[in-house]
Ligand binder design. Sequence first.
Ligand SMILES: [Cu+2]
Length: 245
Amino acid sequence: MGTRKKQETQKMAFSNTEVVFNNLFSLFTYLAVLVGVIVFALMAFLIIKYRERKNSQDPEDTPRLGRIPIVRGHGRNVLITVSLSTIILLALIIGSFAAVDTLLTPPNGTWCYGLYPGYGAQSPLNQDCPRIDVTGHQFYWEFSYPHALPHAPLYTEKYVFRVPKDATVVIDVTSADVFHDFGIIPFKIKTDAIPGRVNTIWFQPYQNGTYLIQCFELCGSGHYYMNATLIVMQVPQFQAWYNST
Ligand SMILES: [Cu+2]
C-alpha cells in the first residue's frame, strides 16, 4: 500500500455529518456485500452439487401434472430465511434511525460561546441561544446572524455563509417564495426550504476552507445558478469578522 492511499484513508472528514453519513453508508454496503457473497456462494454450491448426471433421477417429491404435490416439510428453511431477513432489516432500521436522530438533535455546542455575552454554555436548542436563519429566495441564499449586541438588528449576508471551525452550527432553513432545498455535498447535509415552515439541521465543520452550497429543488429559471459559498474560518478570524459587522 502506497503512502498516498494511506493518506487518503486517513483523510479527516469535513464535518461530523459526513462521518454519520459514511458510517450508515458502510453499514448498508457491508451488509449488502455479506448477503450477496452468501447467496452467490450457496447458489454456485447447489448448482454444482445437484447438476444433472447420466444416472440422475427426479426426487420423489417432484411435482407432476395431475397429481397433488406431496408436502415437502421445509418449514425450517422458511424460519431461517425470515429470521435472517429480520436481523438484517433490524440492523439497517436501527442504524438509519440512529443517524437521523443524530442529525436532528444538536449536542451542547460551542456555537454560542463568545458570540452573545451571557449565553456562553447553553445548548443551541435553547431559545436564547443564537442560531442562523437561512432563507431561500429566487435565486439566492440569505444568511441572518444574531448580532453580537442583543439590541442590534440581525446581520444579514447573501451568497456567503461564514461559520467558525469546530463550532456547532445550527441553522433554521426556510424560504421567502417557492420551495428550495439547502444542501452542502461534502458535509452530506440537505433540507427543504419551504415557505411558512422552518427545518432545523446542524453540523460541525472540521476543516477550514470554502465549500459549495447548492439549491437542490427546481425552483425556477435561475435554479441552476442558485449557489452560495460556505466559508469555514478559524474561531479568532470568525470572531473578528463577526464583531466588525
Ligand atoms: Cu432554489
